[in-house]
Design a protein around this ligand. Structure first.
Ligand code: NAP
Length: 284
C-alpha cells in the first residue's frame, strides 16, 4: 500500500485564493488589509519564514509591514513596537516571530498584541476562546491541519487521534481542535514523559507528530491505514525532514503529509486567513 499524499501546496493554494477574494472585497469597500511582522535578531530560519509570510501577504493583495529589531533589543522595546502596531490603523493583524532570542519572553510579547490583531491566534485570550470552542482567530498551524483534513474529507468522528507534543504553539491547540464538538475525535495527548509511546502511536487512527525530532516515528509505529500528519521541521544534513520517516510511513499509512510541502505551507495560508478575518471583523 502507498499512502495518499496530503498536499499542503494544493490546499494552501485553495486557501490563498479564498483569502485573495476576501481581501479584494474589502478593498472595494475602501479597506486595504495589512499584516505586520515583528522579528528580533538574525535567526536565519526565522528570516526565511518572515520573508515567505511577506511574499504570501503581498500576493494575496495585502500590505505588509516588516519590523526588525536588533538581537540585543530589550523586552520593553519589543512590547512597545507591538503596542504601536496595536494602534496603527493600517495593520489588521500582526505576528511576533518566535522564538525570540534568549533572554526575551516570547509569550509576554505575544500577550502584548491586541487579541483582535492576533494573526497567529496565540494570544492567551484567543487560546482561552479556543478552549471554550469560540472565537475566530485560531492558532495557524493546527487550524491549517484541520483545513487539510476537511479538504481531503478525512473522517474524524470517533477516531482515536494521538498527538505527540504538547506545545502551546501546536500540540495543545491541535488537541482542542480535534476534540471539539463537531470534529469529535477522541484525543490522547502524548509527550516526552508518556509511557509506551510507540504502542500508543500504533493505536492511532490519526497520528499527529509535533515533536521536533527528525524521523522519530517510522512505519513500525503506525497503524495500517492511519492518517499521519507530520508537523516537524528539522534541518539535517539531508535537508529539511519531518518527525516522521516518510519512506517507511508511506507504506503503512492511508494518507500522509510530506515535509516539505505539507503542514508548513498551511501555516502561512492560515496566517493570511486569520489576517483577513481580523480585517473583516474590524470593518464590521
Ligand atoms: P516544542 O515546543 O519543542 O514541543 C515539542 C513537544 O514534543 C513537547 O511537548 C515535548 O514533550 C515533545 N517531545 C520531545 N521529545 C519527545 C520524545 N522523545 N517523546 C515524546 N514526546 C517528545 O516544539 P513545537 O513548537 O511544538 O514544534 C514541534 C515541531 O514542529 C518542530 O519540529 C517545529 O519546527 C515544528 N513546527 C512546524 C510548524 C509548521 O508550520 N509545520 C509550525 C510550528 C512548529 P515535553 O512537553 O514533555 O517536553
Amino acid at each position: 500500500m502507498s499512502a495518499q499524499i496530503l498536499s499542503g501546496k494544493e490546499v494552501a493554494s485553495a486557501v490563498r485564493a479564498e483569502v485573495a477574494t476576501r481581501v479584494a472585497a474589502l478593498k472595494e469597500r475602501g479597506r486595504t488589509v495589512g499584516l505586520a511582522t515583528v522579528m528580533v535578531g538574525e535567526d536565519p530560519a526565522s528570516e526565511v519564514y518572515v520573508r515567505s509570510k511577506h511574499r504570501a501577504a503581498e500576493r494575496a493583495g495585502m500590505l505588509s509591514f516588516d519590523y526588525h529589531l536588533p538581537a540585543d533589543a530589550a523586552q520593553e522595546q519589543v512590547e512597545t513596537r507591538v503596542r504601536k502596531l496595536n494602534s496603527d490603523d493600517r495593520v489588521d493583524a500582526m505576528i511576533v516571530q518566535l522564538p525570540l532570542p534568549t533572554g526575551l519572553d516570547g509569550n509576554q510579547a505575544v500577550a502584548a498584541i491586541d487579541p483582535a490583531k492576533d494573526a497567529d491566534g496565540l494570544h492567551p485570550y484567543n487560546l482561552g476562546l479556543l478552549a471554550m470552542e469560540r472565537g475566530h482567530l485560531r492558532p495557524a498551524t493546527p487550524s491549517g491541519i484541520m483545513r487539510m483534513l476537511d479538504y481531503y474529507d478525512i473522517a474524524t468522528t470517533g477516531k482515536l487521534a494521538v498527538i505527540i507534543g504538547r506545545s502551546f504553539l501546536v500540540g495543545k491547540p491541535m488537541a482542542l481542535l480535534l476534540g471539539a464538538k463537531g470534529v469529535d475525535a477522541t484525543v490522547v495527548q502524548a509527550h516526552s514523559r508518556t509511557r509506551d509511546l510507540f504502542d500508543l502511536a500504533r493505536r492511532a487512527d490519526i497520528l499527529v507528530a509535533a515533536i521536533g525530532r527528525p524521523r522519530f516515528i517510522n512505519g513500525d509505529h503506525i497503524k495500517p491505514g492511519a492518517v499521519v500528519i507530520d508537523v516537524g521541521i528539522n534541518r539535517t544534513d539531508d535537508g529539511l525532514v519531518g518527525d516522521v520517516d516518510f519512506a517507511s510511513a508511506i507504506e503503512v499509512a492511508s494518507a500522509i503529509t510530506p515535509v516539505p510541502g505539507g503542514v508548513g505551507l498551511m501555516t502561512v495560508a492560515s496566517l493570511l486567513a486569520n489576517t483577513v478575518t481580523a480585517a473583516e471583523h474590524a470593518a464590521g
